[in-house]
Design a protein around this ligand. Structure first.
Ligand code: MRU
Length: 372
């Protein structure tokens, strides 16, 4: 039997949201955390799509990377179906179909469509000026796709480490409030906002983390708390509605969150509840930081109004851990992201530097079109 060799990005993390064996992708099923650590084998395009849609894997950078690997898995599976010589037109149709299928799994985090556009560009560049593909050329194309997906992963990990270094100095000592999960589970490793917290703590800053539980999926109570426990960083979970009171009492010294899409003017889509936190932070004169890699910026849109906001099933709100908590026929609204206006943000930490207002001017300067 052929032995599967796990792919490891250069710098590994103690927490692995996913790993790759050169043929199959394994995803830590985040719906089961913190009680069960079970990896799911996502070895088909549809399994990868469903894992993203059902949130076995979640977090903007992580779904971008997994989407790119899923794209490779989908293209590779065509091996069984195609015949040579293969018309280039057919390959382009496959590329578009597979990229579209994956990109539509979740709409808000731009990292997913960004990563898939990047995969498509690799394909289109390879196929330019070719009308027919030989078997050898097809295999070479698949290798390019695999390499690109793993490069996206490595680049994200590098970006996170860099953001940790750049952002750590911004955090004051004391209570640091964070929302949702932005750690190794949500990224290619290490984390964005949680990475900054990790780095600041590693540098000896006396901080403790106030973890918003983040209803309804409980990314904070289940995932961020799990990561912080593993990392031995002090934390306390708070209900989402306690932030105002804790700020009023002087317990929160700064807020740091991740992002799913940042518009050209700095308006930021992130987990529902982020906007509320930004308003509270402003009222209480507390710094409010966003931390995201350049892959999360969408310079094609001028403001947050253009960001598509995912709405998920009301059932997620009406139940908790699969137990109905509301009357049987109760209805619910379940937008899972909101928009924080740029004017509520103190600074945005990226791997290319810290961006301060005026964002309208400074974002396009730091994040150039084409990003990578
Ligand atoms: O619905 P989720 O869990 O995918 O939402 C995740 C978030 O909102 C994160 O804050 C964001 O993706 C940044 S992760 C580094």
């Amino acid at each position: 039997m052929k032995r599967e060799i796990p792919f490891e990005p250069k710098k590994t993390d103690v927490i692995k949201a996913f790993y790759w064996t050169n043929t199959s992708l394994y995803l830590l099923d985040q719906r089961k955390l913190p009680h069960k650590e079970v990896y799911f084998k996502a070895d088909t395009l549809e399994k990868v799509r469903e894992s993203i849609q059902k949130m076995l894997i979640r977090g903007a950078p992580a779904i971008g990377i997994v989407g790119a690997i899923g794209f490779y898995i989908g293209m590779k599976a065509l091996d069984k179906k195609i015949k040579f010589p293969l018309p280039t037109k057919k390959v382009i149709t496959y590329i578009r179909k597979i990229a579209y299928r994956l990109a539509t799994a979740r709409p808000t985090a731009v990292n997913l469509s960004w990563a898939l556009e990047r995969m498509q560009r690799v394909g289109e560049a390879f196929l330019a000026n070719t009308e027919i593909l030989s078997k050898e050329a097809w295999e070479q194309l698949l290798e390019f796709f695999k390499k690109e997906a793993l490069t996206i992963w490595e680049e994200d990990l590098e970006a996170n480490l860099r953001m940790g270094e750049l952002g750590a100095g911004l955090l004051p000592e004391g209570g640091i409030l964070t929302h949702c999960n932005t750690g190794a589970l949500a990224t290619g490793g290490y984390g964005t906002a949680l990475g900054v917290i990790r780095k600041a703590y590693a540098l000896g800053k006396k901080i403790f983390v106030l973890v918003d539980e983040t209803r309804p999926f409980l990314q904070g109570a289940r995932l961020t708390a799990w990561e912080l426990s593993k990392l031995k960083i002090p934390y306390k979970i708070i209900t989402d509605n306690s932030a105002g009171f804790l700020m009023q009492r002087g317990i929160v010294k700064a807020v740091i969150v991740g992002a799913d899409r940042i518009a050209k003017n700095g308006d930021t889509a992130n987990k529902i509840g982020t906007y509320t936190l930004s308003v509270l932070a402003k009222v209480h004169h507390i710094p409010f930081f966003v931390c995201a890699p350049t892959s999360t910026f969408d310079l094609s849109i001028s403001s947050g109004e253009e960001i598509p906001i995912e709405e998920r099933e009301p059932r997620e709100v009406l139940s908790c851990q699969n137990k109905l908590i509301a009357p049987k026929k109760a209805q619910a609204i379940n937008f899972v992201f909101d928009i924080t206006p740029a004017e509520n943000i103190t600074a945005i930490i990226t791997e290319r530097g810290i961006i301060y207002p005026p964002f309208e001017e400074n974002i396009p300067r730091v994040i150039k079109d084409g990003k990578n």
